[in-house]
Design a protein around this ligand. Structure first.
Ligand code: SF4
Length: 193
């Protein structure tokens, strides 16, 4: 799988694009997942996620995927599992001090980020420590569920604003203003009827 990881890093921009599309597709499926029940879809989705991501990224199913912030290089492959940059032991050649046959995930991450659209900015963001209680769960589902909930909140807030603005608008309405003329076709039809 190490070779696949190197392949992904070289094409990090393409994978960034694919990743965003997958996220959009899963967010769009939120009403269906909500109907079936998120608990029931968790297992099959996690299995698919594990299969795809193990093949491409050597994913360890940490449950809080940060690939888009780490140049598409999974930080859980670092023997020290560092999520915010390399330790001080990276060899001059860019290889890991613990596994000398493997390039440091952060050397790869930096390379991947340089190919990505948002990579250079995102790799500088400080990531929170990994939450071990999410180990094995689907990151796709969790993130998509959060985005879908946020979108719902925004829609509800917009509706509330409109509903609240409506009575005010009615007060301002010139209730005695003459009605506009009916379109000629409508008046003809009514007379003829
Ligand atoms: S960051 Fe976590 S979910 Fe993402 S590829 Fe690595 S182990 Fe898998």
């Amino acid at each position: 799988m190490y070779r696949a990881r190197l392949f992904v890093i070289r094409r990090a921009r393409t994978f960034e694009w694919i990743y965003k599309r997958v996220e959009q597709a899963i967010v769009a499926l939120d009403p269906i997942f909500a109907k079936i029940g998120y608990d029931r879809v968790e297992r099959p989705i996690a299995l698919v996620e594990k299969g795809v991501k193990t093949l491409l990224f050597d994913c360890k199913m940490c449950g809080q995927c940060v690939l888009s912030s780490t140049g598409m290089s999974c930080p859980m492959n670092c023997p020290k599992q560092l999520r915010n940059g390399p330790c001080g032991g990276v060899r001059q050649s860019g290889y890991c001090e613990v596994k000398p046959e493997m390039k440091c995930v952060w050397t790869l991450g930096w390379e991947g980020a340089s190919h990505m659209k948002d990579g250079a900015a995102k790799i500088r963001e400080v990531l929170p420590p990994v939450d071990r209680s999410l180990q094995g769960s689907s990151s796709w589902l969790r993130v998509s569920r959060e985005i879908a909930a946020l979108n719902r909140e925004k829609r509800d807030a917009a509706r509330t604003t409109l509903a609240e603005a409506f009575p005010g608008a009615r007060l301002q309405e010139p209730s005695t203003a003459p009605l506009a003329d009916e379109p000629p076709k409508a008046t003809t039809t009514r007379r003829g009827a």
